[in-house]
Design a binder for this molecule. Structure first.
Ligand SMILES: NC(=O)c1ccc[n+]([C@@H]2O[C@H](COP(=O)([O-])OP(=O)(O)OC[C@H]3O[C@@H](n4cnc5c(N)ncnc54)[C@H](O)[C@@H]3O)[C@@H](O)[C@H]2O)c1
Length: 421
């Protein structure tokens, strides 16, 4: 039997807790032995839940990294602009590293992380969770079988969702490029990485367009207030993005708890905490009166070395979210929403569907279509057994797909096509 991996969580927020939960299902495989977070509420909550002794609770990665190596691996789940420093410090201390995506907000910072990881010979796994889903594995098997021939082109849609956009990318943590990342990196580094993985070849040219078209002051309805709680009811009741409508009436009043409402209250929601957050906090702001600057829609075109192509669209403006992809091959076509894969066969003029939900691969349901725990499963095995084969979002793969994201952003900002070296 493999050893039990000892893991430290750096950043005990939403994602840190998500990965920590894996240990409850597999206590023999991995144990949380340390936590680092300046937020005392979050730090103590995690310490209590995972029985972490006080001497292993740290006020941040800075304090954690001032000690000699104390466990096998770290999960770095801090915000985007706080990945580089802990990743480099942990690599120098020879920890194996699970690093949340994106690696870092700039190409230079990503390269510095990659250099530190390579220099110290540690394992880096970036949380490109889509690669680790049952859906992606099944799709790749179908593609490898030759059933649709050679992929010639792909259409990929990332419909973020009108409320998710308002929550995360207008009012929330990823709204402002300087404070966090650009939208493509924050949200769609997953999609670009996934497309790159599915094609499995070099992308030679990339081009992008996109703007912040809607969530800005000029679109604010006349007479609206800068906070939803202060907005005249005749205006607030007509606004699909009202914070009172979404967090309170649609979720809290209907008994829906947890993310994203828990983000407003830093833990279990009460009516009082929610009211205070809407009255004073960032999530109560009018979507037309925030300090957001990231785009609300973007397209990216990719041309691969053999002339095959992919087109990706990201949009805030849709109801339900949920990625959708069409893959056009020389012998067939695939249509999928990540749940059902429909395969149209040109030769036999037939259509068949594969329902991912009916495939039992022994994995446990988790966020991102099982990708969160699929990733943890591979990471923990790789750390325990020293076998890195199952890590498919390591340093080289991730750096390559991040470079495509940076190139696409350059294209968008400079109105140009970027030729990849
Ligand atoms: N893989 C995915 O699909 C996915 C999904 C959502 C978010 N993310 C990424 O995960 C990361 C974390 O997102 P989140 O929603 O969990 O954020 P979060 O804000 O809930 O958690 C971040 C935590 O880091 C802590 N922190 C701040 N400074 C610190 C320091 N010096 N040392 C240690 N901890 C510190 C904060 O107090 C907070 O608790 C982000 O980079 C985000 O882009 C990835």
């Amino acid at each position: 039997m493999s050893k039990t991996v000892e893991l430290a969580i750096i950043g005990a927020g939403i994602r840190g807790n998500g990965y920590a939960r894996f240990t409850k299902h597999y206590p023999d495989r991995v144990k949380i032995v340390a936590v680092a977070d300046p937020d005392a509420v979050r730090r103590e909550r995690m310490a209590k839940e995972y029985d972490i002794p006080p001497e292993r609770c740290f006020t941040g990665y800075e304090e954690f990294c001032s000690h000699p190596k104390m466990c096998d691996a770290v999960a770095i789940c801090t915000q985007d602009n706080l990945h580089e420093a802990p990743a480099i410090a942990c690599a120098e201390l020879k920890y194996d590293i699970l690093l949340e995506k994106p690696m870092a907000p700039t190409e230079e910072a990503c390269r510095r992380i990659a250099d530190a990881v390579r220099k110290n010979g540690v394992l880096l796994t970036v949380c490109h969770v889509l690669r680790y889903t049952k859906f992606t594995r099944t799709l790749k098997e179908i593609l490898a079988s030759g059933e649709i021939g050679e992929i010639i082109t792909m259409q990929h849609l990332e419909p973020v969702g009108y409320w998710h956009q308002a929550h995360s990318y207008v009012r929330g943590n990823w709204r402002n490029e300087k404070e966090s990342s650009n939208m493509l990196l924050a949200k769609c580094c997953h999609d670009i990485d996934w497309i790159y993985d599915i094609f499995g070849k070099k992308c030679s040219m990339i081009q992008s367009f996109g703007t912040l078209r809607h969530f800005k002051k000029s679109e604010q309805p006349a007479g609206a207030a800068d906070r939803c709680v202060d907005c005249p009811p005749r205006i607030e009741s007509l606004c699909p993005y009202s914070a009172c409508k979404y967090y309170f009436r649609n979720r809290f009043s209907r008994g829906l708890r947890g993310w994203p409402t828990s983000v407003l209250t830093n833990g279990p929601e009460t009516a009082e905490k929610l009211e205070e957050a809407l009255t004073c906090g960032p999530y109560g702001r009018c979507v037309y009166a925030c300090d957001n600057d990231v785009v609300d829609h973007q397209v990216v075109n990719m041309s691969f070395e053999d002339g095959t192509t992919a087109a990706m669209t990201m949009t805030a403006f849709n109801f339900a979210g949920g990625r959708k992809t069409r893959i056009f091959g020389t012998r067939g076509e695939i249509d999928t929403d990540s749940s059902i894969i429909t395969i149209h066969n040109f030769l036999h003029d037939t259509t068949r569907a594969v329902d991912i939900n009916t495939i039992n691969d022994g994995g446990i349901n988790s966020g991102h279509g099982g990708g969160d725990f699929g990733l943890m499963d591979c990471f923990v095995s790789a750390v325990a057994e020293g076998d890195r084969k199952c890590i498919i979002s390591g340093v080289d793969n991730t750096l390559n797909s991040h470079l495509l994201v940076f190139a696409a952003e350059k294209s968008r900002k400079e109105n140009t096509v970027v030729f990849m070296d």
